[in-house]
Design a protein around this ligand. Structure first.
Ligand code: AMP
Length: 122
């Protein structure tokens, strides 16, 4: 499948500095920042700096260095926020059925309260 990246999406604007963010951690290839509408006491978004729409796009086209850095940042944020003991949930929504609102790959890190079952029964 061909992936079409919208360079005007909100997270692209965060990466250029057009829109401010509450940064948690920044590395060469990755940015972690607080979600503007937190769904839990800890709600951090981790995004690659490259133009990737979703996880499968990233896994197919990103360099090994980008993929390694992205995954390391997710783990590092969990440690920085002190989540190892209480636990956390990682979510990455993609496309229509995943109900992805912002078309730039992001992983949600959610924690700080019991998060319930993963999905409601339809
Ligand atoms: P998703 O539905 O997985 O695409 O999630 C997009 C997330 O981005 C939502 O949780 C929003 O609250 C969050 N969001 C949207 N705009 C901003 C922003 N300017 N800064 C931080 N988080 C944002």
């Amino acid at each position: 499948m061909a992936y079409t990246y919208d360079p005007k999406n909100i997270f692209a604007k965060i990466l250029t500095g057009e829109i401010p963010n509450k940064t948690v951690l920044e590395t060469e290839h990755t940015l972690a920042f607080r979600d503007i509408y937190p769904q839990a006491p800890v709600h951090v978004l981790v995004i690659p700096k490259g133009a990737y729409v979703c996880y499968d796009h990233f896994a197919q086209e990103a360099s090994d260095a980008e993929i390694l850095d992205f995954n390391r940042v997710i783990g590092e944020v969990c440690r920085m926020e002190g989540l190892e003991a209480g636990g956390y949930r990682l979510i990455s929504n993609a496309g229509r059925d995943g109900v992805q609102e912002v078309p730039h790959l992001h992983v949600h890190i959610l924690a700080g309260r019991p998060l319930g079952r993963m999905l409601e029964k339809a």
